[in-house]
Write a protein that binds this ligand. Structure first.
Ligand code: GDP
Ligand code: ZN
Length: 369
């Protein structure tokens, strides 16, 4: 039986070198044997465009669609395929393949959908490394880096801070120091995608067959970086950006590019905000200093406002914790817990107390008749 015949599917044979080149790891073989039906094949979602997916299958690229029943079953967007997902498909002789199942994600990068309070969006799945790209100019902000670090760590990927446009920066040390203070152990690579400075350092984190996502505000140089890393070959072999019918770059397009050296790179163009959805672990790792302080307050439920024995307040007063870093933690934590619109918990608590009292009083009232 030929392993290239899509009508005769022998599960282990379906894991071709092509799939490995696109990130398939052998620890998924058992999953595949267990979950795949006889006529199903594994594939990776390498791009998403509106309702359609571009897939890398054992036989090459194909288009895929998710059937209505999958959308129906999905209780949220997390359960719909995202770029980077490994899926099971039902290949079709002609027309798009049908995506029937998402294989368990090893990592997932989730953000709050822009402009929504609670809606969420999986930006990328099965990412190994998250490069947080910022530029060494006015854009650089420790607070923004903290936010990205929390999201990256929450995703399960390894974060790397990439500070681009070093060619435009007169005093690199002065710019990098405040970032080092908040990096909480994440490596920092200072690069220029124009001059090529520092790229060797960055390449340490870019391993063939691993998937690397570039996150950061638009304009920081993510696409320039991809092009430079690809040595200009990418544009020749793959279209870097889709164009809409007016010839403009479309900005909602996400796609995994395979660089000539085998690294899988995913750009996230046009990302304007990175709202946190769920971030407990990401916060704990990124703000390990704050988390440790908070755990040594006298009261377990200390609100770190003006409670006696508050280790956080004491550290701020002593100057060992900066008030800005504390405010940043507090803000991100509230955002992850309550969504964008700030919920004033104190008002809610007061309201509950009031009603408790009213109910108590009601029960004490003599029954009529
Ligand atoms: P993206 O929105 O993050 O993909 O950013 P782009 O790659 O489109 O870059 C935005 C602008 O910054 C472009 O004009 C680039 O030429 C410029 N740029 C990118 N990287 C560098 C760099 O390392 N140095 C300098 N001087 N300019 C850069
Ligand atoms: Zn406290």
């Amino acid at each position: 039986m030929s392993k290239d015949d899509p009508t005769k599917l022998d599960t282990p044979h379906l894991v071709t070198d092509r799939l490995r080149d696109w990130g398939w790891a052998n620890d998924r073989n058992d999953e595949l044997r267990e979950l795949a039906g006889e006529t199903q094949a594994p594939a990776r979602v390498i791009a998403q465009h509106r309702g359609e997916y571009r897939l890398m299958t054992p036989w090459g690229q194909a288009t895929g669609v998710a059937p209505g029943r999958m959308k129906y079953r999905a209780s949220g967007r997390r359960e719909m395929p995202a770029v980077g997902d490994w899926v099971l498909i039902e290949p079709a002789a002609d027309g798009p393949a049908t995506v029937v199942e998402i294989l368990p994600r090893r990592t997932q990068f989730v953000r709050r959908r822009a402009g929504t309070e609670r809606g969420e969006q999986v930006i990328a799945a099965n990412i190994d490394v998250a490069c947080i790209v910022s530029s060494l100019n006015q854009e650089l902000s420790a607070r923004r880096i903290e936010r990205y670090l929390v999201a990256a760590r929450e995703s399960g990927a390894t974060p790397v801070i990439v500070l681009n446009k070093s060619d435009l920066c007169a005093d690199i040390d002065a710019a990098v120091d405040p970032i080092r203070d908040v990096a909480s152990g994440a490596p920092i690579e200072v690069v220029s995608s124009v001059s090529g400075d520092g790229l060797d350092g960055l390449r340490k984190w870019l391993v063939p067959r691993q998937t690397v996502v570039l996150i950061g505000s638009s304009g920081v140089g993510k696409s320039t970086l991809i092009n430079t890393l690809a040595g200009g070959e990418l544009l020749a072999t793959q279209e870097i950006r889709a164009f809409d019918d007016k010839g403009r770059h479309t900005t909602t397009h996400r796609e995994i590019f395979r660089l000539p050296d085998g690294v899988l790179l995913l750009d996230t163009p046009g990302m304007r905000e990175l709202g946190l959805v769920e971030a407990e672990e990401g916060l704990d790792e990124t703000f390990d200093d704050v988390a440790e302080l908070a755990s040594s307050c006298r009261f377990r439920d200390c609100g770190h406002l003006n409670e006696p024995g508050c280790a956080v307040r004491a550290a701020i007063d002593a100057g060992t914790l900066s008030a800005e870093r504390w405010a940043s933690y507090d803000r991100l934590q509230k955002e992850a817990a309550y969504g964008v619109r700030r919920v004033d918990v104190s008002a809610e608590v007061a309201e509950k107390k009031k009603w408790k009292q009213i109910h108590k009083d009601l029960r004490k009232m003599p029954k009529k008749g």
